[in-house]
Design a protein around this ligand. Structure first.
Ligand code: ZN
Length: 624
């Protein structure tokens, strides 16, 4: 009896030492029923009488409230020793459970967000704000093929209990592999266990389960996983990694020689169907990013992947290493916005393009073309006098329709700031350096106060930078392009009318079937085009007696526009279909006539640039 007593006592002691504070989640990926997965949770030990079980209203990076609890059904709670647990549904995302200390297991079903069978019903049921989840932040259950798991779609948390370990156990089809940035993994043939140390990091770590098509790139000291799921198998991780390698090397160079992470995962889902939300794109995380993109022809998708990946990857700088309290301590159920979206999204978007021109992946014309598109987009589609910090603070509600401007004016703020810094530092300091310094000052675990950021930037830089931020970021003044471009010895003209040699005002494209240049739009013919009498669908055979091909068209047409003079003859031969659909050769003839063309947002090199301006320009564009 005594022995038994000691054993019992020991048992008690051991048990007390190992009170289980972890969340244990179980999901069986081999059983999908009605497009739903069943999730089981053995909760951490609790002493409270009452607890609130929650699913997020919103997650970081999406800037959209989705109410992930709306995808959960059949929510059941089992008590220890058959004890009854009272469950009260408080709203779409939360349940009050009591007594909490007697909970043994919680079970529920989750539907995926990509192809909701019950979406119409959800719309009908909804009392507020219903939106299709932007797929890179959602979930996809395709039995036997692919499970794209943004973890917040499946797993919830208990209120005030986010800082606990989460242990995820997956039963999986044989041959499936979890691509993710989570490093604590125990894998076997049919069962995997993944662990992560708190809820913020769980939400930050999407997992893509499928038969693996992965490639690992080594960039400096960093290991980068490229995982690809392609619906029909046309796109491979080998193709994507070849495509991303130069980009990642350029990003490392831009960030000072090394990538500031040990490991990173790119998770790509290439779809052969249009998405439910109608969009494609990606969502960023600290050590990974998730992409939903169309399964387009390889070369078509290549530049698209590079532009999106460059943007998402740069989020490792901000907001991941430079963020305010609203983001650092993100409230999943009462999200607060920071004033500094110009920094998180704008500077990221700017860096994604600036990096490409600085490292020679693109040229100045291409880079400037992208910036001009943003200037025009900002002017045409957004309120240019709304202070950017105000828009940012209310981007979820009052200024929701202005959010898209973070990728337009936000990036332009980045460009103007970069040029200002280059000018005042005689080329030595730019936004790259500023971001570096801010990352060092704050970092992943330290958040700044929204109101302190401009002070901190001023301390690191110049009073002129503070003036710029006050007037054009928190103030209502549009960006001063003329003054800014002057700092790098460029003349900026917002609008000018000039007489120019044109191709007649046609829009052309290349027809790969016939190997010919085709007129795709003849609605806006100028006076010269009208004389030539272009028609839509004309296919150009020869231009001033030179046969036109894909290889020579740039030279032939460019040469004409540069060298032709008023009164020169132009003869163009085209194939044109007649009413019966028969192709006939037609000759279009006219004497060259310069026409008035209105150009907007033009820059050219100033001949009177000072040394300081030239120095700043070279430093800005990485020219030597
Ligand atoms: Zn972004």
């Amino acid at each position: 009896m005594k022995i038994l007593f000691v054993v019992l006592n020991l048992f008690f002691v051991i048990h007390a030492c190992f009170a289980d504070t972890d969340y244990h989640y179980f999901v069986d990926l081999t059983h999908v029923k009605d497009d739903k997965l069943t999730v089981k949770l053995a909760p951490p030990d609790m002493t409270e009488n009452e607890i609130i079980s929650m699913f997020p209203d919103m997650v970081p990076g999406t800037y959209e409230v989705y109410d992930f609890g709306k995808f959960v059904s059949n929510f059941k709670v089992e008590g220890k020793d058959g004890k009854m647990i009272t469950v009260e549904k408080l709203d779409r995302n939360s349940y009050k459970l009591s007594p909490a200390d007697a909970i043994k297991e919680i079970t529920y079903d989750v539907e995926d967000t990509w192809d909701l069978t019950s979406f119409d019903k959800l719309i009908a049921d909804s009392t507020k704000r219903d939106k299709v989840v932007f797929e890179p932040g959602g979930s996809n259950f395709e039995e036997g093929k692919n499970f794209s798991l943004n973890t917040h779609c499946l797993f919830g948390y208990f209120k005030n209990k986010l800082d606990h370990k989460f242990i995820l156990e997956f039963m999986k089809p044989k041959g499936f592999y979890p691509s993710t940035s989570i490093t604590d993994m125990t894998l076997s043939e049919t069962k995997d266990i993944l662990s992560i140390y708190n809820y913020h990091n769980l939400v930050d770590s999407p997992i893509m389960y499928s038969e693996p098509d992965t490639t690992t790139l080594i960039i400096g000291h960093s290991k980068v996983l490229i995982s690809v799921y392609s619906a029909t198998g046309v796109i491979t991780s080998k193709f994507i990694s070849t495509n991303l390698k130069a980009l990642l090397n350029a990003q490392a160079e831009y960030l000072g020689g090394e990538l500031p992470i040990d490991k990173y995962a790119f998770l790509f889902y290439f779809s052969d169907k249009p998405s439910l939300s109608g969009s494609a794109g990606a969502l960023e995380h600290s050590y990974s990013s998730f992409y939903l993109m169309p399964e387009a022809d390889g070369e078509d998708i290549a530049q698209e992947v590079r532009d999106v990946a460059a943007h998402e990857f740069f989020h490792i700088v901000t907001p991941l290493n430079i963020h305010s309290k609203e983001i650092g301590d993100f409230d999943f159920n009462n999200p607060q916005m920071s004033k500094h979206l110009w920094l998180y999204e704008g500077l990221t978007e700017y860096a994604a393009h600036h990096m490409q021109v600085r490292t020679g992946l693109t040229d100045f014309d291409e880079f400037f073309g992208k910036m001009v598109e943003k200037m025009q987009n900002n002017r045409e589609n957004y309120n240019d006098t709304l202070p950017f910090t105000t828009m940012s603070k209310y981007a979820l509600d009052k200024y929701k329709d202005q959010y898209g401007n973070v990728y337009q004016k936000g990036a332009l703020i980045g460009m103007c700031l970069d040029i200002t810094l280059r000018y005042y530092s005689s080329g030595k300091y730019g936004t790259q350096d500023l971001m570096n310094d801010l990352s060092k000052k704050y970092g992943k675990t330290t958040s700044f106060n929204d109101d302190d950021l401009f002070n901190d930037i001023e301390k690191l830089t110049y009073k002129e930078v503070r003036y710029f931020l006050n007037n054009h970021v928190s103030g209502n003044k549009p960006l001063p392009y003329k003054d800014i471009f002057a700092m790098v010895g460029l003349n900026y003209i917002d609008k000018r009318v000039q007489k120019q040699i044109t191709l007649g005002g046609i829009s052309v494209s290349f027809n790969p079937k016939t190997n010919r240049l085709i007129v795709v739009n003849a609605d806006k013919l100028d006076a010269f085009g009208k004389k030539l009498k272009f028609k839509e669908a004309d296919e150009i055979i020869s231009f001033n007696h030179r046969k036109l091909s894909l290889e020579n068209m740039k030279n032939v047409l460019g040469g004409f526009m540069q060298n032709a003079k008023a009164g020169d003859k132009l003869v163009i031969e085209v194939f044109r279909k007649d009413k019966k659909g028969n192709e006939k050769v037609k000759t279009l003839k006219a004497k060259v006539k310069p026409v008035k063309v209105t150009e907007i947002d033009v820059v050219d090199i100033s001949q009177n640039a000072t040394e300081q301006q030239i120095l700043a320009r070279k430093a800005w564009l990485g020219l030597h």
